[in-house]
Write a protein that binds this ligand. Structure first.
Ligand code: SAH
Ligand code: SF4
Ligand code: F3S
Length: 473
């Protein structure tokens, strides 16, 4: 087994000639994309640095999902301007979902930006940055060509721990009325099974023990298998579970209407599939769900949760919620609280509705006042906080297999994840990093668990101890 962070790419071990700074906003898909942008640029001599100061290339990988996320781009560009003034050779690239949605405007509004590149075009970064004069060709690449992108990405990936993201599906055809993703990421596209298995195998060869399969609608995965027939996420998970070295499979984000029977059944049968599911519901009011175009009701969601828990009784659920969607009455909001009480979430993400340009909901009657949104969010969060804490406290006294990821804050402490994605802290040797070991849980807070290693109960099939090796900067 090779140590983490070392791949076949020879440049990884040589000092990089040029410095690359990437700032990532938004979801896990953007985290994956940022890692892949670094992989694309590495053969050109770019190595990562953790500050924009002195960087040769700065990439801002942006998120458009809520107004605040988008605004960050312009404030960051304001901060970069003097840096570029001092170092005119610095190139600034805006990538990600704001780039896709507002590319032309960015070029007009922010002369400090050299290039704008959408989420389906970043495999073309090398040809952009190799240009010495930015006036000598296109400055905006925003085509939707996911297939071409995945084919063009290099095999080599630099990984920095035992858990890695792996994008299997991209884009969205659902058009929830509040959401920009169908416009920024394009139509649903699934990568072929063979390409995913090959990427997973390479990750496992580098010491990765867990893959987190990513997709905007990951459970709508329908990539072609070896017979050119569409597969399913469940079948993909079964295939991934056979990759030597891979012990844990997770996936995110799922849409309730794509939660197929074979996937639910797989949770009861496939040991590698972790008992944690992010299944956003957004609202507990049927009237609001209809206005959101979610294509499910509160009842159908609750029934689905019931079927999932019948297959895997200890399934931890997490969700996304939007409060203050246009027209949301106090009774609609109460229906959301009601649904939350029935589901009992292990974790959750809740947001105030944010008006997004070009989406149907932004033009709807009955926009909700900011103070009402704030008040509802606080009430929802109080309930979700209680549920998360209760879920964590329930683990006290149990022995859980923990995949250790890094050293803790205190000397001699290591931190990993339980099957339910909870951070678990334990006293133990750094050699445990990259291994799965059993921990008896002794205490819990809202955010994490603390326990003691059960002697002699770490996984047997890791022979060498993988070490974390930072990529040369
Ligand atoms: N594809 C995923 C979610 C993608 S966006 C899904 O269907 O669940 C992540 C979350 O951001 C959404 O689940 C939603 O809760 C939130 N979100 C999206 N658009 C929003 C908006 N306009 N205002 C507030 N929250 C929003
Ligand atoms: Fe957005 Fe809805 Fe698509 Fe999720 S399913 S990305 S919330 S449009
Ligand atoms: Fe944001 Fe784009 Fe992800 S809008 S949430 S970065 S898909």
């Amino acid at each position: 087994m090779k140590p983490f962070g070392v791949t076949e790419a020879p440049l990884l071990t040589k000092p990089a000639a040029k410095r690359l700074f990437i700032k990532t906003y938004g979801c896990q898909m953007n985290v994956y994309d940022s890692e892949r942008m670094a992989d694309v640029l590495r053969p050109l001599g770019y190595g990562m640095t953790d500050t924009a100061e002195g960087a040769d290339l700065v990439v801002l990988n942006t998120c458009h999902i809520r107004e605040k996320a988008s605004e960050k781009l312009y404030s960051d560009l304001g901060r970069l301007k003097p840096l570029k003034g001092e170092a005119p050779g610095m190139q600034i690239v805006v990538a990600g979902c704001v780039a896709q949605a507002e590319g032309g405007e960015i070029i007009k509004r922010a002369p400090v930006v050299d290039f704008v590149i959408g989420p389906q075009s970043y495999h073309r970064l090398p040809e952009l940055v190799a240009r010495t004069a930015r006036a000598s060709g296109e400055r905006l690449l925003a085509d939707f060509a996911p297939e071409e992108k995945f084919d063009a990405l290099p095999d080599a990936r630099s990984v920095t721990g035992p858990s890695a993201f792996l994008t299997v599906q991209e884009g969205c055809d659902k058009f929830c009325t509040f959401c920009v993703v169908p416009y920024t990421r394009g139509a649903e596209y699934s990568r072929p099974v063979a390409a995913i298995l090959a990427e997973a195998q390479r990750l496992a060869d580098q010491g990765v023990r867990e893959v987190v399969l990513l997709g905007q609608n990951v459970n709508a995965y329908s990539g072609l298998d070896e017979t050119d027939a569409p597969s399913t996420l469940a079948r993909l998970a079964v295939a991934l579970a056979t990759v030597p070295g891979l012990d844990r499979i997770r996936y995110t984000t799922s849409h309730p209407r794509d939660m197929a029977d074979d996937l639910i059944a797989a949770h009861g049968e496939l040991h590698a599939l972790m008992p944690y599911l992010h299944l956003p519901v957004q609202s507990g009011s049927d009237r609001i769900l209809k206005a959101m175009n979610r294509a499910h009701t509160a009842q159908s969601y609750l029934e689905l949760v019931g079927r999932i828990r019948a297959a895997r009784p200890d399934m931890a659920l997490s969700g996304d919620f939007i409060v203050g969607f246009p027209g949301e009455s106090e009774a609609d909001f109460e229906a959301t609280l009601d649904l939350v009480r029935q589901v009992r979430y292990a974790a959750a993400y809740s947001f105030k509705y944010s008006k997004r340009p070009g989406t149907p909901a932004s033009a709807m009657q009955g926009q909700i006042a900011e103070d009402v949104k704030t008040e509802r969010l606080a009430r929802l969060n109080a309930l979700l906080y209680e549920q998360q804490e209760a879920f964590n406290v329930e683990q006290i006294g149990r022995t859980l297999p923990v995949l250790f990821e890094r050293e803790g804050r205190k000397p001699g402490q290591v931190v990993g994840r339980s099957p339910y994605l909870q951070p678990v802290w334990a006293m133990g040797d750094a050699a445990l990093i990259g291994r799965i070991a059993e921990v008896r849980i002794e205490s819990a807070t809202h955010g994490s668990l603390v326990g003691s290693l059960v002697e002699g109960r770490s996984d047997p099939h890791i022979k060498a101890t993988p070490k974390l090796v930072e990529v040369a900067v």
